[in-house]
Design a protein around this ligand. Structure first.
Ligand SMILES: [Zn+2]
Length: 135
């Protein structure tokens, strides 16, 4: 390896790292935007729920399925926000799943979101098995 090969290799490596860092930044931005959108949705759901409770109380309505529906909706939104916040933490130091794009801790062997195998070795073995089944 001469000096030019070394420079080329270093530049290539640096470029790859920069590219990965840029991709992570984009992913974090996308996740943060989605969190903001969901937090706005959550606030609106709380407002709708509060207004409904107030109106029911004023009108003497005791049973209202809408309230249960709203509570379920709020729980779902909160769950999504928690998952995205975890994704955001994971982006910093984790591997990206090639199947679904979720970030996973480096020690994980299967994707926590889609269940895809994260070990390159197993992936190769499975794809060979899969191909031979299809022939
Ligand atoms: Zn995945």
């Amino acid at each position: 390896m001469d000096i030019f090969d070394e420079i080329y290799a270093a530049a290539k490596d640096g470029f790859k790292k920069t590219e990965q860092a840029a991709e992570k930044l984009v992913d974090k931005g996308r996740i943060n935007l989605e969190i903001l959108r969901l937090e706005r949705k959550l606030k609106k759901a709380y407002e709708t729920l509060g207004m409904r409770v107030y109106n029911n109380n004023a009108a003497g309505v005791e049973e209202d399925k809408f309230i249960l529906m709203k509570i379920n909706e709020i729980d779902l939104i909160k769950e999504k926000i928690e998952k995205l916040k975890l994704d955001n933490e994971y982006v910093e130091y984790c591997e990206k799943c090639k199947n679904c794009g979720s970030y996973n801790a480096k020690e994980e062997t299967v994707c926590r979101n889609c269940g895809a195998d994260l070990t390159p070795f197993n992936k190769a073995v499975y794809s060979v098995e899969f191909d031979s089944d299809n022939k």
